[in-house]
Design a protein around this ligand. Structure first.
Ligand SMILES: [Zn+2]
Length: 218
C-alpha cells in the first residue's frame, strides 16, 4: 500500500509553492495594493486600450498589486525621488501581471520578432509573481518626462544596453538619458534590478530565486 507521498520525487519536493488565483490577491497577506503606496501615481496601461495591443488585456481582473516586499521597495523609491528630485513623481504602468494575462500578451506577439520583449509564459514572467514593475516619471504638472521612447516601444532606443551608442548617434539626447538615470537611481537604491532591453522594467530580487521560491499568480 503506497503512502501518499510515495510518488514524490526530489524534483517534486523542490517544486514551487502552489499558485494563487488572481481573484484571491486582494485578501492575500503577502500582497499589497498599489493604492496604499504613498507618493506614487498609478496608470495601469493594460487595464485600458492605451497599450501596444490596443485593447484592455487584464480582462476585468484587478491587477493593482505587488508582493509586499516589492511594493515596500516602490515606496522607498518614491521617497528617494521626493528627496533627490523634488517635483518628480513615480508612476506605475504595470505591476502584477497574472499568468493568464501574460499568455494573452504572448498570443498577441507570437510569430513576430517582438517576442524578445516578453517572457514566454512557460518561463514565467517576474510580473506574474508580483515582483516586477514597469514605471516612469511624471513632472510637477503630471506630464511624463521624456525618456526618448514610450512605454512598451519595442525599438533599440528603448534598450538601456544601447544608450551610449544612441547618444553618440543622436538617437537619444543627454536630457532623455538624465531622466532615465533618475528613474534607475531611485529604483536601484530601493533594491530593484534593471534589464538590458526595457528602460521602464525593474525586477525586485533575484529572478531565478523568484521563479523557484514564490507562488505564481494565475
Ligand atoms: Zn515589465
Amino acid at each position: 500500500m503506497p503512502t501518499p507521498d510515495a510518488a514524490a520525487s526530489p524534483l517534486d519536493l523542490l517544486a514551487s509553492p502552489a499558485p494563487i488565483p488572481c481573484e484571491e490577491i486582494a485578501a492575500h497577506p503577502e500582497f499589497r495594493a498599489l493604492l496604499t503606496i504613498p507618493g506614487i501615481a498609478v496608470d495601469l496601461r493594460y487595464a485600458t486600450p492605451d497599450n501596444f495591443v490596443g485593447r484592455a488585456v487584464y480582462g476585468g481582473l484587478d491587477c493593482a498589486y505587488l508582493r509586499r516586499e516589492s511594493a515596500d521597495a516602490v515606496e522607498q523609491a518614491a521617497a528617494w525621488l521626493a528627496r533627490h528630485c523634488p517635483g518628480v513623481t513615480l508612476v506605475v504602468l504595470d505591476a502584477l501581471r497574472p499568468q493568464r494575462v501574460q499568455e494573452a500578451l504572448w498570443a498577441e506577439l507570437e510569430g513576430t520578432p517582438l517576442t524578445r520583449y516578453l517572457a514566454h509564459p512557460a518561463r514565467r514572467s517576474i510580473h506574474s509573481f508580483g515582483m516586477a514593475v514597469d514605471v516612469t516619471l511624471l513632472d510637477a504638472d503630471g506630464r511624463e518626462l521624456d525618456m526618448g521612447t514610450g512605454f512598451d516601444e519595442m525599438t533599440p532606443a528603448s534598450h538601456p544596453e544601447f544608450e551610449a551608442e544612441q547618444l553618440a548617434s543622436g538617437g537619444l539626447t543627454a536630457e532623455q538619458l538624465r531622466h532615465r538615470g533618475w528613474l534607475r537611481a531611485a529604483m536601484r537604491q530601493a533594491g530593484f534590478q534593471t534589464i538590458s532591453t526595457e528602460w521602464w522594467h525593474f525586477d525586485f530580487g533575484d529572478r531565478d530565486q523568484v521563479r523557484r521560491s514564490l507562488p505564481l499568480v494565475l
